[in-house]
Design a protein around this ligand. Structure first.
Ligand SMILES: Cc1cc2nc3c(=O)[nH]c(=O)nc-3n(C[C@H](O)[C@H](O)[C@H](O)COP(=O)(O)O)c2cc1C
Length: 338
């Protein structure tokens, strides 16, 4: 049994999100209460080629543990070889196998969610990786509920993965053909959790502590995984823990604290250098700034300033004006023109 599922525990996972849940963002979410982390998915072929960029995706700090490195690929032996390499480099707490990615580039090579419609290939991949890594680290899997509405087979797939020696399964309650549209179907996630002898982590559309509490109470899941809501509000983990403990929502985070976190995120991303120099990093951060400031008062004007930002200095200037003006009369939009 993975220790984070020990009796009485209900882990909150940060969902793996390519281009989002990098080393810096994971640290932030960990500090704010996320219990378990999974890296962005990495290609098993990139790992085998010892590609530098792929290696960067697998970086994590010890403070983020327990952390899993997520691999995708279609060939069990190659996946096992990649898993062993990752274990040698990084000693993650677990290896996670991606059986949910809907992206054409991955699916067309029979990886990600494509394996959901080929259960023998899926079993071959899972068994090969479990056998390859032996007792070095546990192997987990992440799936969607099926390929499309005519092939919803998550309960069967969860059983197959369990038989292959997989230690836990995260289930995103949408089919591949849904992409991110519609609503996650938690009745199927629940059916997986009820039928499996291994922990099942539920994933899809969780945005508040109340959502976490309801899923915990109404389904048999052993933990939940939060993705897009954390991009906008990484405090969601802290809030969820508070809600689980008290049954009340905490005070929403204040603007000053929000801006402090936004500027810190950018500062650390620049220092890390994964996205290039300061200007390139800030350009890469623009979509993150949009997410962080979604729903803030004066949002329209604010976002049109943020989508042009090229340096940390500019961002700090925007933050300062925003906060200073808020303190005067609450007219945020005008603050950014002065
Ligand atoms: C931008 C983005 C990138 C994603 N990348 C990955 C990935 O690398 N591996 C993976 O298993 N899932 C990936 N996902 C899916 C999420 O892990 C999660 O299953 C999905 O967003 C549903 O959870 P949510 O409703 O809490 O966002 C990604 C999702 C988004 C929005």
């Amino acid at each position: 049994m993975l220790p984070w599922f020990a009796k009485g525990k209900f882990p909150l996972y940060l969902a793996p999100m390519a281009g989002i849940t990098d080393r810096i963002f994971r640290s932030i979410c960990k500090e704010l209460g996320a219990d378990v982390m999974v890296t962005e998915f990495v290609s098993s072929e990139g790992i085998i080629r010892r590609d530098d960029r792929t290696r960067k995706y697998t970086e994590f700090d010890d403070a983020q543990r327990p952390v899993g490195v997520q691999l995708f690929g279609a060939d069990g032996q190659r996946m096992a070889e990649a898993a062993k390499k990752v274990i040698d480099w990084k000693q993650p707490d677990f290896i996670d196998l991606n059986f949910g990615c809907p992206v054409n580039k991955v699916v067309s090579k029979n990886g990600g969610s494509s394996l959901l419609r080929n259960c023998s290939a899926l079993a071959e991949v899972a068994s090969a990786v479990v056998a390859g890594v032996g007792d070095q680290v546990p192997v987990t899997g992440k799936i969607r509920i099926g390929w499309d509405s005519n092939m919803i087979n998550a309960v069967e797939v969860t059983g197959i993965l369990e038989d292959c020696g997989i230690s836990a399964v995260s289930v995103h309650g949408r089919t591949r053909s849904q992409g991110y549209s519609g609503e996650a179907d938690w009745s199927i996630i629940d059916a997986c959790a009820c039928s499996a002898g291994i922990p099942v982590v539920g994933n899809g559309d969780i945005t508040t502590g109340l959502d976490v509490e309801q899923r915990k109470r109404q389904t048999a899941v052993h933990g939940v995984m939060i993705g897009r809501a954390a991009m906008q509000n990484p405090w969601v983990f802290r809030d969820a823990k508070y809600y689980l403990k008290t049954g009340h929502h905490p005070e929403p985070v204040c603007s000053t604290e929000r801006w402090k976190l936004i500027t810190r995120h950018c500062r650390e991303a620049i220092a890390w250098g994964r996205y290039g120099n300061e200007c390139r990093t800030m350009m890469a951060m623009r979509s993150r700034l949009m997410a962080y400031t979604k729903g803030l008062p004066g949002g329209k004007r604010l976002r049109s300033a943020l989508c042009k930002v090229e340096s940390l200095c500019e961002l700090e200037d925007i933050a300062e004006k925003y906060l200073a003006h808020r303190n005067k009369d609450g007219n945020y939009a005008a603050a950014l023109t002065t």
